[in-house]
Design a protein around this ligand. Sequence first.
Ligand code: NAP
Length: 272
Amino acid sequence: MTSSLRLAVFGDPISHSLSPRIHGLFGRQLGVEVDYQAIRCGVNELPAKLAELVAGGGIGANLTLPLKQTGLRQCRQLDRAARLARAVNTLKLDEQGWLGFNTDGPGLVLDLERLGIALTDARILILGAGGATAGILAPMLAKKPACITILNRTAERAASLAERFSHLGAISGHGLNASPQAHDLLIQATSLGHSGAMPELAPDWLKPNARVYDLNYGRAHQPVADWAERHGWRVDGGLGMLVGQAALAFEIWTGQRPSFSAAMDSLGAELS
Ligand code: NAP
């Protein structure tokens, strides 16, 4: 061990967070002693909790629900991904204050690359127009897909999100009653899996050889996994996105990128 790093993830709820385990794995991989705590924190408590972290020698933090938008106000500077997503999931302390980053979307793109899922020239269908979709659009559009179609229960949210990102590529947003042409990739980005369900989805919205990626993982991924397998599509859950965003955050804090696939192997073994 050569150095010690004090870090935390803030959110509410937070007890389920895998981030302490993931960053512990990264630390062991790279010989960095990591003290990474999961701390329950509501929106109004964030400034005080961050100040406590700094007083204890902390140099970085992750923010999860419901703090990703609130966190913007704590930052003196934002990276492009955080500005476009209007949300921040990673903070790094410098001499003058917090720098804010959003590694969620880049983490997803890393995972899609790991899984051999091509984005360039692909027709991509995204279900859901919440915070997670806002975070993934810019990094996905940077890969130059043929188009991105967002479908959402609340059509206006899908349309306004598409409008917000339309300067970056071909993107449109509609309600769930639209009948889009077949796509190469489905990204499931609704929170419906947490209640054991998935949105109504017509099989002809996807090509026979399409891939399906669900941002949910664990139990919340099961409805989409069952549905995709029933239709013969290869499906992956979002654990790799979580590990990918964490690897990019770790790199922001230390300058070293942990091995993403080695961490996935260890985590998979730990969780199974
Ligand atoms: P969010 O901002 O709360 O958005 C929720 C989305 O789900 C909205 O589009 C909402 O539609 C839709 N939805 C909710 N209930 C629905 C229902 N009954 N029928 C149809 N649509 C419904 O949540 P988020 O932050 O975008 O997160 C979305 C999911 O991604 C969550 O399950 C979260 O756990 C997961 N996630 C995973 C990672 C990862 O690292 N793997 C990262 C971020 C998020 P309306 O707009 O109509 O309400």
